[in-house]
Design a protein around this ligand. Structure first.
Ligand code: 7PM
Length: 278
C-alpha cells in the first residue's frame, strides 16, 4: 500500500532514487562492502527526501552480459534487508527474474520494477498474490541486442499498445490498475529520435489511465545532446525530469536526487498557483 499512499499524498511526482548494487562497488569482492556502499547511498537519498529507492543488480543495462539468478539475488537481497532494517523508505527491486521477485516480496519490498513487464513465466502469478506496486516497462528486443537497430512504424502507438496488452494480462490475473505504473523505457530498444519523440508526447501514455514512470537519468539520450559523460549529465537529466513531470509522469527515476527534488519543487510551486485559486 505504501506507494499508492505516497502517490495520493504528494503534490508532484514521486522521486525514485537509483541504488546500484554492482560488482564494482564490492571493493574487496566481498558482500559486506557492497551492502555498506548501498546503505550509504540510501542514507544520503533519504536525508534528501527521496520517496522510493530502486535496488538493482544491473542485469538490465543495455549491452550488459546476463547476470545469473544466484549472483543477482546475492547482490540485491542483503541490500534490501539492510535498507528495511535501517530506513522507513519505500523499496523497489529492479529485476525481471520471477524467482528474485518472489524472494524480494518475502522481504516485503513495496514495488517490483520490471523492464520486461512481467513477461517471464510466473511473474504475473507471483505478483497477483501480493499487494506490491508494479512498474511495467516497454523494451524492444533484449538488453543484449536492443540498441543494434531499433525499428518502429509508429513508436508511440506501438509502445502504448504493448503496455495496454500487459495491463490486460495483469488485470485478468486480478491485479488492478491502481497497483501498476507504466514506463515507455527510454533507451531500451529506441533510437535518439524515438526517445525524444516519446518524451515530447509522454502525455499520450496517460490515455491508459495508469500512472506513468519516466527514467531518463544520465542516459545516452542526455549525453547525445549535451556531449557529456554520464557523471556530467545532471543538468540535462534534471531538464528531462521536469519535462516528464510537466507531461504528467507520476514517478521519476533518477540518480541525482538532490538536484531533481529542487527542480520539481520549483515546478510544483508554479503549478500549484493554478489550483489554489489566488
Ligand atoms: C547502465 C545503463 C546501467 C542503463 C543501467 C541502465 C530503467 C529501469 C533501468 C528505466 C525503469 C539505467 C539503466 N532503466 N527501470 N532500469 N525504467 N522502470 O539508466 O528507464 O538505470 S537500467
Amino acid at each position: 500500500m505504501k506507494i499508492q499512499k505516497l502517490l495520493a499524498q504528494k503534490q508532484g511526482p514521486l522521486v525514485m532514487g537509483i541504488v546500484n548494487v554492482t560488482p564494482d562497488s564490492f571493493s574487496d569482492g566481498g558482500r559486506y562492502n557492497s551492502v555498506e556502499s548501498a546503505i550509504e547511498q540510501v542514507a544520503h537519498m533519504v536525508e534528501l527526501g527521496v520517496d522510493i529507492v530502486d535496488v538493482g543488480g544491473e542485469s538490465t543495462r543495455p549491452g550488459a552480459a546476463k547476470v545469473g539468478l544466484n549472483e543477482e539475488a546475492e547482490r540485491v537481497l542483503p541490500v534490501v534487508q539492510a535498507i528495511k532494517n535501517r530506513f522507513d523508505v519505500a523499496i523497489s527491486v529492479d529485476t525481471y527474474k520471477p524467482e528474485l521477485m518472489a524472494e524480494a516480496l518475502k522481504l516485503h519490498v513495496d514495488m517490483v520494477n520490471d523492464v520486461k513487464a512481467l513477461t517471464m513465466p510466473n511473474a504475473v502469478e507471483i505478483l497477483a498474490d501480493t499487494d506490491a506496486y508494479i512498474c511495467l516497462m516497454h523494451m524492444q528486443g533484449t538488453p543484449q541486442t536492443m540498441q543494434s537497430d531499433p525499428k518502429y512504424t509508429d513508436a508511440i502507438n506501438e509502445i502504448i499498445n504493448y503496455l495496454d496488452q500487459r495491463l490486460t494480462v495483469c488485470n485478468q490475473a486480478g491485479i488492478n490498475n491502481d497497483r501498476i505504473c507504466i514506463d515507455p523505457g527510454f533507451g531500451f530498444g529506441k533510437t535518439l529520435e524515438h526517445n525524444y519523440q516519446i518524451l515530447n508526447q509522454l502525455d499520450k501514455f496517460n490515455q491508459l489511465n495508469v500512472n506513468v514512470l519516466a527514467g531518463l537519468s544520465r542516459k545516452t539520450m542526455i549525453g547525445a545532446v549535451t556531449g557529456k559523460e554520464p557523471e556530467q549529465r545532471v543538468y540535462g537529466s534534471v531538464a528531462g525530469a521536469v519535462i516528464a513531470a510537466m507531461k504528467g509522469a507520476k514517478i521519476i527515476r533518477v540518480h541525482d536526487v538532490d538536484a531533481t527534488i529542487d527542480a520539481l519543487k520549483v515546478l510544483n510551486a508554479t503549478i500549484s498557483t493554478e489550483t489554489e485559486n489566488k
